[in-house]
Design a protein around this ligand. Sequence first.
Ligand SMILES: [Cu+2]
Length: 382
Amino acid sequence: MPKRSWFRLISLSILSILLLGGCSFDTIQSALDPQAPIPRAQHDLLIWVSWLSLIVIVAVGVVLFGSLVRYRAKANDKTIPSQTHGNTVLEISLIALATVITILVVVPGVRTIFKTEGRIQTEDITADDIVVNVTGYQWWWAFDYPDLGITTANELHIPKGKRVILNLKSADVLHSFWVPKLSGKRDLIPNQANQLWFVTDENTPEGIYYGQCAELCLGAHAYMRFRVIVDSETNFAAWTDKFTSIAPLQASTEPSIQLVQADPLVEQGKALFKQKGCGACHAIKGYSGGAPDKPNLTNFGLRNSLAAGVLDMPADNIDVRKANLARWLHNPQEVKPTNRMPTLWANGDPKADEEIAAIAAYLLSLGVENEAQANVGGNYGN
Ligand SMILES: [Cu+2]
């Protein structure tokens, strides 16, 4: 084979492998594995249109290749075939067929749009809905529950079966909220309020769902992930109690009531959290004011992930939790290049390991009074 053909063959094979590699039905962010009413409706439409397209492709293919074979010129046959032009019945039938196919695509398409789209007006929001103000930052998510007085980051807890209304805004550039298995996708736009709503139902399994910023936002865009945790009503209530039961900062000057254990390492970490300047950026309800445009670390011990879903924090493995948090604190840029958290220990600082271990122990104790309660954060074994 000549050199160029080899090149073409190899590059085409690589391309097809890459394209096929993107196809999978049950990955954590697969839109082909819908688990809630809105993505289910979108998925049904996709499947319907795909079948219809397949039928059209096969029908056209059969006619095309059939004609090629049937009417191919025979060897040595120099006669010119009889010339015909126009066939009213055939043309009208083809137009009618095309119209029917178009209707079969458009009608279910428009019905799905009406079922899944549209803004929920303020007067239609009920006390039963879960309203969350979502703010996109380069490269993490703030989740604010105005009705519950909860502010958290990167993990959205919702009770199963309720309608969730998200008020979306961006603090800097365009971002896009997308949890393929639960919701559609919508942009977060600077200086413009957007809304996205979705529901879960009795067929939605409780557990962790994976989301991703779906609009290129520079730097660590690919690492701007998040998680949605679908809780039972009871677990959701337990989770919200963890936040609402903490006395706000102004109410008392007593040490945080989050810490029931008197673990000296935890106490040391708590003090270091302020000494190292973490408290200037990160709020912890009852202890640290922080800055509103940095991730709120209240009840951090209940989290399943770290740094916008980049590192796993498995609820049943305290060693991995500690190791991942330490890795982050040692060098956030190594974990998530270009993110905006500074490195607070100089390279080779002899105290770094010890101080980081103490801060990690403190952060992981937040919201966790004992082993069993770590599960309030949602340990679903994945
Ligand atoms: Cu983004």
